[in-house]
Design a protein around this ligand. Structure first.
Ligand SMILES: [Fe+2]
Ligand SMILES: [Fe+2]
Length: 222
């Protein structure tokens, strides 16, 4: 077990209970997958392994606050809680401030009104890792889990498909299939790293095939 494994183990002890009640696709398994993809990207693209590991594993504390309060909570607003988790897990590293910065920036999109500001490779990798977990087979499962948890219908063919920018905080999807067009299908052109782009292209193709089949079956075609 290397140092990173030990750090993640102690963080997991602190956050496991917090994330145990999530049924919207932001559970501990999402954190573990994001961590694993982020570490893979770090091996190919570089950057500080500690910052990338800790930030990717703690990035979605804001979702838990949101579940508890029923109100939107931005990543930035979750930082005091993340600091508390780091303190409880006794992770006192001078790089903690940079971990917090990556978490603050993890939900930037080039198709949102605020756009992208992240420059450091660590923040760019955490963004890519989180977005890759919103794509492909797992991404599809997470759309429907999220939609189910928030009473969003599967598909409303009469509602026009979205155009223009999309913002996590203010947008409410008409249907779960609409969410593919608002966000998921735009992610392949939102990747920061070459390794992220490559994986995104494969997952994008899988989602396109899924949607083709979905619309075919929706019409009752064989
Ligand atoms: Fe998030
Ligand atoms: Fe996430």
């Amino acid at each position: 077990m290397d140092d990173i494994d030990k750090i993640i183990e102690s963080l997991e002890k602190e956050i496991k209970i917090l994330f145990s009640s999530d049924n919207s696709g932001h559970d501990i398994y999402h954190l573990r997958r994001t961590l694993n993809i982020a570490l893979h990207l770090q091996e190919k693209e570089g950057g500080d392994r500690f910052i990338i590991a800790v930030a990717s594993f703690l990035h979605d504390v804001h979702r838990i606050i949101q579940n508890e309060t029923g109100k939107f909570c931005s990543p930035e607003e979750s930082l005091p809680k993340v600091k508390e988790v780091l303190e409880k897990a006794k992770i006192n590293d001078p790089r903690n401030e940079r971990v917090l910065e990556c978490i603050r920036l993890h939900e930037e999109y080039n198709f949102s009104n605020s756009g992208k500001t992240a420059k450091d490779i660590e923040a760019l990798i955490v963004q890519d890792a989180d977005n890759l977990d919103a794509m492909g087979a797992v991404g599809i499962a997470r759309v429907f889990a999220y939609g189910g948890a928030h009473d969003v219908p599967i598909w409303k063919p009469e509602a026009p498909l979205p155009e223009g920018n999309w913002d996590e905080g203010t947008f409410r999807s008409v249907s779960q299939i609409h969410h593919f067009y608002e966000k998921l299908l735009r992610l392949k052109d939102n990747m920061n790293t070459d390794t992220g782009k490559k994986i995104a292209l494969e997952r994008h193709g899988f989602m396109e095939n899924y949607l083709k089949e979905f619309f075919k079956e929706w019409k009752g075609e064989k």
